[in-house]
Design a protein around this ligand. Structure first.
Ligand SMILES: [Zn+2]
Length: 229
């Protein structure tokens, strides 16, 4: 096979991947679906009801990742200023952190398990350490005001979201990360500019925020309207 032929194939493959890969933004819920999900949380028995509401609002209105919800502590909350501060690291030896540290040490000869654990827990990237205002709505504020730590395993977080989705009769795939896509789409549609959107979501690349804004179409429509009217 000549080099040219190989390259053509390679290009075609990556192009096809780009077209067929399922992106998280495609799993974003509509605002209607998100409201149905929250209504369904309220119908679950306590304490599941509150846990499910908190998880759905933290992920679906504030953009927290499940790892962040799992490790959320009362000290992260600034109730006076309505802020959540996601730290650069937090000491933790939960099963998930131990598993991650074990994998890191296995993939890096210069890193011991103990060294990897010293850095656990930390958010996904350096940009994920961030401050998020939770006064976006009274509903979010009231829910966070009631927050008291509860034992949160990643599996519990996933289960609460699935239980609420099932109670809401939502048929598509509903999982914590698609709630993050939901809030990103929501803010993009409302016209939040790329830089604050990136800061809120803790993305490394500005291009991710730009992608959500482009897909929402709201900014494009507004810019075109401004020119013509
Ligand atoms: Zn942990």
């Amino acid at each position: 096979m000549c080099a040219d032929h190989f390259q053509t194939h390679h290009w075609a493959d990556s192009h096809r991947d780009e077209l067929t890969t399922r992106h998280t933004h495609e799993d974003a819920l509509s605002e209607r679906e998100f409201e149905l999900l929250l209504e369904a949380c309220k119908r679950l028995p306590e304490p599941k009801s509150y846990e499910a509401q908190l998880i759905c609002l933290l992920a679906g209105r504030l953009g927290l990742r499940s790892g962040e919800i799992t490790h959320l502590k009362k000290e992260w909350l600034d109730q006076d200023r309505d802020l959540i501060r996601i730290p650069q690291s937090e000491s933790c030896d939960c099963g998930y952190c131990r598993e991650q540290a074990k994998q890191e040490a296995a993939n890096n000869e210069e890193l011991t398990f103990r060294q990897a654990m010293a850095d656990r827990w930390h958010p996904k990237t350096a940009n994920s350490s961030r401050v998020i205002s939770f006064d976006v709505s009274l509903r979010v504020e009231l829910c966070i005001d009631r927050y008291d730590e509860f034992p949160k395993l990643r599996s519990t977080i996933n289960r609460r979201v699935s239980e609420a989705a099932e109670a809401a009769g939502l048929t598509g795939r509903v999982y914590p990360h698609c709630l993050r896509a939901t809030v990103a789409s929501f803010h993009a549609y409302q016209g939040v500019p790329p830089v604050p959107l990136q800061a809120m979501m803790g993305w490394n690349d500005l291009s991710t925020a730009q992608k959500y804004i482009r897909i929402s179409g709201a900014a494009t429509a507004k810019a075109i309207r401004n020119v013509h009217h």
